[in-house]
Every structure is written in structure tokens, then in C-alpha cells.
Design a binder for this molecule. Structure first.
Ligand SMILES: [Zn+2]
Length: 251
């Protein structure tokens, strides 16, 4: 495959930053039952409507030095972080897939799952619109409902259902439905890599939080974000990771 051109990569970066900015809005408004398109974005502290120049991803955060222009309330670092993360995901996906249907599929579903993980972080709830809706979308988007995606969905659902049962409430129904959606997104056997990465990241983060005394062992940490990060990594490099594993472990 020919390497994507520079303008294509630049366009994906702009698109990714803008989508990241929109995902912040989705994660803030959807759990509050607010409309996604109206009214214009406003400061959650003073309610002032933000000007167009205050909505430019990353840059507005930098030149406002992370504070609201009107009331000086700090803007959470999460906003530019989500923008930058989404932008990077778009750029790397463009480099991996080039201008293909697979790229479209990866960007649409990746964005959906990023929003879901933000809502899970805030509310500990994974809305069905994202998990069940994501499953339907993963089976409808090109290349359509192939056996590889159906098997992935079945395995993602089955494994998380088993873990939810074994952990006795440590993991909820939302995570099981997210497993279904991520399995349909990644397909078999890549869903296994994603789950492995998610558990590895989750365990590492859990230990780090306990050591930093930010959380106690009994505190609930949402697992959705780890599933999503593991899955986004797998959507980009899953086949390569599997090859490496087979080459070095099973030769
Ligand atoms: Zn303000």
C-alpha cells in the first residue's frame, strides 16, 4: 500500500482534533440530557456562551492558559487531552490503513467508543446507545456482518459475561455489552488481544492508583476506559501483535 500523502494526514489531524472536541461535548451533555447541537457551548461555571475562537481544539486551551475567558475558572485538562488523543488516533489510523473503508470503520467506531469511555469515567454507566448501538454499527459498516465479526462479538460477550459472573459485581452489565460491541468491532481473534491489553492496563493502573493512595482496594474503578484503550490499540496494531506473539512464543 502506498504511503498516504501529507495533505491526507494533515486533514485527518484536523478532523481528529475537531471530532475530539465534539466528543467532549457529547460526554458532557448526553448524561445531562442536553441537546448536542444547541445551544452553543458555554462555560459550565459562569454560563457565558463561548466564542468561536474559544472552541478551536488545543490552541484555545493554550492561549487562554487553561482558564475561562470570562470567569477565569480552570478548564479541565481532560478537554485538550481528549482532543489530542483523538487527533493522534485519527493520524495513526490513517498511516496504518490509508484511504480505505477499513479506515472509515476504525475512525467511526473508535470515536463512538472514546465517547462511551468518557461517559463511563464520569457516571459509571455505559449507555446502551453506545454498546448495543455500537454493536449494530460494527456489523453494518463495511465490510458488513462477516463471520469474523460475529465470532468476535460472541467471544467478547461470553468472556466478559463470565468475568462479570466470576467477579460478583466487580464488573457490570454495561461492560458485558461493551465486550459484545468491541468484539463486533475487532473480530476474532483480535478481541482476545484487546481483552488481554485491557486487563494488563487495568491492573497496572489499579496498582499505581493504590500506591499513589488515590484509591483504596475497595473503590470502584470503571473498566470501560481500559477496554476501549486496549481495543483502540488492537484496532491499529492487533494483527502485528498477534504475529509477534506467534513468532516468538510459539516457534
Ligand atoms: Zn466561565
Amino acid at each position: 500500500m502506498a504511503l498516504p500523502t501529507l495533505p491526507f494526514t494533515f486533514l485527518l489531524a484536523l478532523l481528529g482534533l475537531s471530532v475530539g472536541s465534539f466528543l467532549n461535548v457529547v460526554a458532557y451533555r448526553l448524561p445531562r440530557g442536553e441537546s448536542l447541537l444547541w445551544p452553543r457551548s458555554h462555560c459550565p461555571k459562569c454560563g457565558h456562551t463561548l466564542a468561536a475562537r474559544d472552541l478551536i481544539p488545543i490552541l484555545s486551551f493554550l492561549w487562554l492558559r487553561g482558564r475561562c475567558r470570562f470567569c477565569r475558572a480552570p478548564i479541565p485538562l481532560r478537554y485538550p487531552a481528549v482532543e489530542l488523543g483523538t487527533g493522534s488516533f485519527f493520524v495513526v489510523a490513517g498511516l496504518v490503513f490509508g484511504p480505505t473503508w477499513q479506515l472509515l470503520r476504525t475512525l467511526v467506531l473508535g470515536s463512538l467508543f472514546i465517547a462511551a469511555s468518557l461517559i463511563d469515567l464520569d457516571t459509571m454507566v455505559l449507555p446502551d446507545a453506545f454498546t448495543l448501538g455500537g454493536t449494530a454499527l460494527a456489523l453494518l459498516l463495511p465490510p458488513g456482518p462477516r463471520p469474523v465479526y460475529l465470532w468476535g462479538a460472541l467471544v467478547g460477550f461470553g468472556l466478559l459475561l463470565f468475568i462479570a459472573w466470576a467477579s460478583r459485581g466487580g464488573m457490570g452489565g454495561g461492560d458485558v455489552k461493551l465486550g459484545l460491541a468491541l468484539g463486533a468491532f475487532l473480530g476474532w481473534p483480535n478481541v482476545l488481544i484487546a481483552l488481554f491489553l485491557a486487563f494488563f492496563l487495568g491492573a497496572a493502573a489499579g496498582i499505581a492508583l493504590i500506591l499513589a493512595k488515590r484509591k483504596r482496594r475497595s473503590d470502584h474503578v470503571p473498566f470501560g476506559p481500559f477496554l476501549v484503550v486496549g481495543s483502540l490499540g488492537t484496532s491499529l496494531w492487533g494483527t502485528k501483535l498477534l504475529q509477534l506473539y506467534l513468532e516468538y512464543v510459539w516457534r
